[in-house]
Design a protein around this ligand. Structure first.
Ligand SMILES: Cc1cc2nc3c(=O)[nH]c(=O)nc-3n(C[C@H](O)[C@H](O)[C@H](O)COP(=O)(O)OP(=O)(O)OC[C@H]3O[C@@H](n4cnc5c(N)ncnc54)[C@H](O)[C@@H]3O)c2cc1C
Length: 302
């Protein structure tokens, strides 16, 4: 990367830009090499300016939320990582405008305190609102696509704002058509319904308890590694195939939840990738089923 480009990035973005920033610091797996340029976009203007910079210098870019669903290569990511940190939340009765960088689980608690239901499922999901929207994050029979009324994006090509209403949006199991729109999600608008705050709290406590009992929440992971297959829980298939406790270097298949790979100090991208292939092979042999990744592998993206 040329000196002129780096100087220009420093001049434009000041303390918001970091060079050769280790992505291990920004991902829940805690592994992954450096991003050439790492932009912390604390407001929507910076999203626009980051995209404009990438256009001007023909740089590839990757959008990062809270890094709780990504696997980053040890060699890192070339170009710019734009980390969406803009996270304000505004209420107009039961209509909530959340910037994409807001914490999903904090939002779930904020709306619950106001007696608004529809986000209980999100308690314990550690991502951002933008990451949740694009992945259609969900749990306990709920998913974020349901209460979403509108998604706003900053367009890649011209930096303009695109507004997608309910009729433009499609949400499926851990996917949405938001991936097809070239841009960065800047805001998500949710419409929730009123309920007794105590009843909402009880549902959330119950969900959190279930999570604590069934998931290794204190360990480093990216949540479920594989998608469920035709109604069958991937975790159960992996468990029945005898994969719990399988290890590659610093990566191990959790004993508590077989669909979680947990990483410890010194774990590498190659460890996790090798373990993913080991699990796939065992599940293929045991059940004749091909597991598909739920996590985003930035190695594939690169
Ligand atoms: C302990 C644990 C438990 C989990 N439990 C669940 C669960 O129950 N259900 C569930 O669905 N998930 C779960 N997850 C996975 C993860 O938290 C969700 O998928 C979350 O919504 C991802 O958000 P993020 O901000 O971390 O996204 P990231 O990991 O940063 O990114 C994920 C993808 O979204 C894209 N992206 C992120 N932000 C934007 C944006 N603003 N605009 C455009 N693209 C964007 C990225 O480019 C990437 O492709 C869990 C993870 C962990 C670690």
């Amino acid at each position: 990367m040329g000196n002129t480009l780096l100087e220009e990035a420093r001049r434009l973005f000041g303390k918001n830009i970091a060079l050769a920033e280790p992505l291990s610091k920004h991902c829940s797996f805690g592994i992954g090499g450096p991003a050439d340029l790492f932009l912390s976009a604390a407001d929507i203007r910076l999203l626009r300016e980051g995209l404009a910079f990438c256009r001007e210098w023909s740089l590839p870019y990757f959008v990062l939320g809270r890094g709780t669903n990504v696997l980053v290569p040890d060699a890192g990511v070339r170009g710019m990582v734009i980390c969406v940190r803009a996270g304000s939340v505004q209420f107009d009765r039961n209509r909530v405008v959340a910037q994409a960088g807001a914490s999903l689980q904090k939002l779930a608690r904020m709306v619950a305190e106001r007696g608004l239901a529809g986000m209980e499922f999100a308690v314990g999901i550690p991502g951002s609102v933008g990451g949740a929207a694009i992945m259609n994050a969900g749990a306990h029979g709920g998913w974020i696509g349901e209460p979403i009324e509108e998604v706003r994006l900053v367009e890649t090509s011209g930096g303009g704002e695109v507004r997608l209403g309910k009729s433009d949006l499609r949400f499926g199991y851990r996917e949405s058509n938001l991936r097809r729109f070239p841009g960065i999600i800047s805001e998500v608008i949710l419409v929730l319904h009123e309920d007794e705050p105590q009843a909402i709290k009880e549902r959330m406590d119950q969900f959190l308890l279930l999570r604590k009992l069934s998931q290794p929440i204190r360990c480093r992971s990216a949540g479920s590694v594989f998608k469920n297959v035709e109604g069958q829980a991937a975790g159960r298939l992996i468990d029945l195939a005898g994969c719990k406790g399988m290890r590659r270097g610093g990566a191990v298949v959790s004993h508590k939840h077989a669909n979680f790979i947990i990483t410890s100090g010194g774990a590498t991208y190659s460890d996790v990738k090798a373990l993913i292939e080991d699990v796939r092979e065992k599940v293929r042999a045991a059940h004749g089923v091909e597991l598909e990744l739920e996590i985003i592998d930035l190695g594939d993206w690169a």
